[in-house]
Every structure is written in structure tokens, then in C-alpha cells.
Design a protein around this ligand. Structure first.
Ligand SMILES: Cc1cc2nc3c(=O)[nH]c(=O)nc-3n(C[C@H](O)[C@H](O)[C@H](O)COP(=O)(O)OP(=O)(O)OC[C@H]3O[C@@H](n4cnc5c(N)ncnc54)[C@H](O)[C@@H]3O)c2cc1C
Length: 419
């Protein structure tokens, strides 16, 4: 009889079935981790606890990323674009890559693929409609409480969304996207708009993202980077304004909508060892801090983590990137936070001065030191030198009141009422 079953360390004896790896949350990170564990040939049982029911796995987001050749889910892409633009009032920067298209993966296809793969594995057990509410570390590993009883395992991979405010050195990327049909043919189906700053206000980092599907259908997304969440109503008004004033057409129908808040920062607990609870996905801080892109990093992290779980090796760092990339991320994030007025120009400079394939390698962290240097050289030095000084001089690191540095924060109420 195991220690766990006798409950000798003061907790009530475990009554639920035994299992070895528990996965809390069956979203992208949970399902990707299970898929990678199955690929590793793990024979121990895996239990996934997901709050949603099986039929609630519908399209609730649209994942996009550059194809850098090593993503097994890329085959699910419904669209591939080789051209994209970044623009403001005065500049339109066009980029093209033959080698690395920009992919669109609707979430329902990804969920369906990963859930079916897991269901086909004899050692994987789904608990749909089952929220993991209490998680306790035990000497033998971990114990969780669900409405269907308690479960114990040697290890839990936890992807449940984290509650609470981000730290002072983080930004939040808030967005609402509408897949719309417009009256006129205003979209070029061959060119993605990654960032359109034409409605960006002083002191804010605000842009529109447009994924064209046909000449009059596109996903139009309003995005703001700010120290606090920018409300949904604000984004909805902005999308209407963008379609009417900037695209100069009218909205005929909203065919689908999505929304989200992605943390951009370094708020995550380090992974101590391969026991107890390991945070994964956004909860584990896997999103790239300076951009919020997480899809590719979640795939990479799942593969490395699954290898180590199967071989009982120490866990990989959730950050996954090189020390060099982390320093660059910190400096760029600090720049966005403290000098938001200069951000649109910096993004345009990057797309203008760095060859497309190099920039993709840089953003996906698949480039060499030489690529990183080419990217750094493309940026105007003074604003970044200020951030390097801030980085090196802790007393300057963050202003006492971050709202002083980013007017969007102080001004949020005004911004929320805009147009
Ligand atoms: C609308 C949207 C669009 C995005 N687009 C992109 C993109 O284009 N490119 C990109 O790189 N990244 C994108 N992201 C960011 C990131 O890739 C996604 O947020 C991704 O889904 C994160 O995966 P995750 O598993 O960490 O979180 P989630 O996918 O949110 O999974 C968390 C899971 O936990 C479940 N859950 C919650 N509470 C409990 C509980 N108590 N017990 C059990 N289960 C629970 C939830 O139901 C959910 O299934 C987007 C995010 C959103 C929201």
C-alpha cells in the first residue's frame, strides 16, 4: 500500500483512482503536452481535466504563425500568405517570403486533431466538463480535487488560466477580432495586414490586424498593448470606426468573433524539478514576452517537456529561448512600456530594414547571432540605449508610477470612450 493511499502525512486518504500524469486544462498547451507524451510512447496513464464538455471544443480563436518548417500542426492550415504589410499614416512597408508563409489555423481544427489523437491512445483518459479546483502537492507528487472526486499522480501539468494582476514590468495585449463581410471589395486576399497604426493615438500602442479571406471577407482585429486590460466595448467601437473611416466601407455582417488578453512579460514561476506541479502554456509564461506569440513556443515546450517527463529528466525552462533572446525581449518590452509613441515607427523600421526571412527567424527565435545583430542594427539606437541604461541601472528600471510613462494607462477612460 502506498504512502498516498494510507494518507500518513495528515491529508485525508486518497479515495479516487490512481494515475501518473495529470493534465489540468485541455486547451492548446494541455492537448499539445498530451500529444507529445503519446509521441514519446509514455505508458503511464494520463488524465486530462477540462472544464469544457467535448462538444464545447468549437472555434474560439484563430492561430496564426510563420511556418519555419518544424510544426507538425502546419498541415492543418486553411490559408497561407506569402505577403504582409505594416503601415501607419505615412508609410506602407511590404514584405514577402517564399520560404516562410504566414499560416492560419482555426482552433476547432486543431482541437479536433489533438483530441482524436489523444482519444486513440489507450492510456489517455479525458474528463470533460471536469474542472480541477484544488491542487495540493504531496510527498508522492500531487493530488487534485474535481467535482468527480480526487485524483493523485506523480506529476501535474497545469495550464489553467492564472488569475491576478500582472507585475509592473508586464504589458497586456487585449484584442477583439471580428470575421466580417463588408459592402465593398476592400481586402486584397493575398496580403495580410500585420499592423495598421493609422488610428493609433499618442501615448498608446494600438493597431489593427487584418487576415483577408476574400475581397470582402476578413478577420479584422483591434489590438492594444497596455499595462491594464482594455475593455471589449472599446475594441468593438474601434473595429466599426476602422471599417467605416479607414477602409471606407460598411459592415454587412459579423460572421464570427473572438477575443483575448495575452500577458506580455516575465510573470511566471520557474520550474523547480520534475515533481508536483509544472505550469505550462500561457500560465507557464511560454508566450514570447515582446509579441505575445505563443502557438509555436507551446509546441516546442510540449516536445521538450514530454521528452523529460518520459525520461524522468529535469524539466526544461518554460522560457525555452536563449539568454540572448530573453535580454532582447526585456529591452524591447521596456521600450514598448516606456516609449509607446515611438513604437509604431520601430515596428515599421524593423519590417522595412530587415529582410523578411531574417525578421521571421528573429521573431521565431530560429536565427543565428548574426540575424539578431542585423535586427538590432535596424533599430534607431537612442531609444534603445535608454532602455539598456534602465536595464543596467535598477533604480531607473521602472518609473514610480508607470502611468507617467504610458499615457494610455492614465488615459484609459478617455480611450474607452473614444469615437
Ligand atoms: C482569441 C485568441 C487568439 C490567439 N491567437 C494567437 C495567434 O494567432 N498566434 C499565437 O501564437 N498565439 C495566439 N494566441 C495566444 C495563445 O496561443 C493561446 O491563448 C493558446 O490557446 C494558449 O494555450 P493555453 O493552453 O495556455 O491556454 P488555453 O488554450 O486558454 O487553455 C486553457 C484551458 O484550461 C481550461 N480550464 C480553465 N479553468 C480550468 C479548470 N479549473 N479546470 C480544468 N480546466 C480548466 C479552459 O477551458 C481551457 O481549455 C491567441 C489567444 C487567443 C485568446
Amino acid at each position: 500500500m502506498s504512502l498516498f493511499e494510507t494518507g500518513v502525512w495528515g491529508r485525508p486518504p486518497h479515495t479516487g483512482p490512481r494515475s501518473d500524469v495529470l493534465v489540468l486544462g485541455g486547451g492548446l498547451a494541455g492537448l499539445s503536452a498530451v500529444s507529445a507524451l503519446v509521441d514519446q510512447g509514455l505508458e503511464e496513464s494520463i488524465h486530462i481535466f477540462e472544464r469544457r464538455s467535448r462538444d464545447q471544443y468549437v472555434r474560439d480563436r484563430t492561430w496564426c504563425m510563420w511556418d519555419v518548417g518544424d510544426n507538425p500542426l502546419a498541415k492543418l492550415a486553411t490559408h497561407r500568405w506569402h505577403d504582409w504589410i505594416v503601415r501607419d499614416e505615412s508609410r506602407v512597408v511590404h514584405a514577402h517570403s517564399d520560404e516562410h508563409p504566414y499560416l492560419r489555423l482555426p482552433a476547432d481544427l486543431v482541437y479536433d486533431h489533438l483530441v482524436r489523437k489523444a482519444e486513440a491512445a489507450p492510456n489517455v483518459h479525458f474528463h470533460f466538463g471536469s474542472s480541477a479546483d484544488r491542487v495540493d502537492r504531496t510527498e508522492a507528487g500531487v493530488q487534485i480535487a474535481t467535482p468527480r472526486g480526487e485524483f493523485a499522480g506523480r506529476l501535474a501539468l497545469d495550464s489553467r488560466p492564472r488569475r491576478g494582476r500582472p507585475s509592473r514590468n508586464s504589458l497586456l495585449q487585449s484584442f477583439v477580432g471580428w470575421e466580417v463581410r463588408t459592402r465593398d471589395h476592400v481586402f486584397d486576399p493575398t496580403v495580410v495586414t500585420l499592423m495598421d497604426f493609422r488610428l493609433c493615438k499618442p501615448g498608446a500602442i494600438e493597431f489593427f490586424y487584418v487576415l483577408p479571406l476574400t475581397e470582402n471577407r476578413a478577420l479584422v482585429e483591434s489590438t492594444v498593448f497596455a499595462p491594464s486590460v482594455v475593455g471589449r466595448e472599446y475594441h468593438k467601437q474601434r473595429i466599426k470606426t476602422y471599417i467605416q473611416r479607414t477602409l471606407n466601407t460598411s459592415l454587412e455582417e459579423i460572421e464570427y468573433s473572438e477575443q483575448g488578453v495575452i500577458p506580455m512579460g516575465f510573470d511566471h514561476a520557474p520550474r523547480p524539478d520534475l515533481s508536483g506541479v509544472l505550469d505550462i502554456g500561457l500560465r507557464g509564461g511560454v508566450a514570447k514576452p515582446s509579441t505575445g506569440y505563443a502557438f509555436r513556443r507551446i509546441q516546442d515546450d510540449s516536445i521538450r517537456l514530454a521528452h523529460n517527463v518520459a525520461h524522468r529528466d529535469s524539466p526544461p525552462s518554460a522560457r525555452g529561448s536563449s539568454a540572448r533572446s530573453q535580454v532582447l525581449d526585456r529591452i524591447f518590452l521596456s521600450f514598448l512600456r516606456h516609449q509607446p509613441d515611438l513604437a509604431p515607427n520601430a515596428f515599421l523600421d524593423l519590417f522595412d530594414r530587415v529582410p523578411a526571412d531574417d525578421l521571421i527567424r528573429f521573431l521565431t527565435e530560429t536565427g543565428s547571432v548574426a540575424v539578431d545583430l542585423r535586427v538590432v542594427r535596424a533599430l534607431r539606437p537612442i531609444p534603445f540605449l535608454k532602455e539598456i541604461l534602465r536595464f543596467a541601472q535598477p533604480s531607473l528600471r521602472w518609473p514610480a508610477n508607470p502611468a507617467k510613462a504610458m499615457r494610455f494607462d492614465r488615459d484609459e477612460h478617455t480611450v474607452l470612450r473614444a469615437q
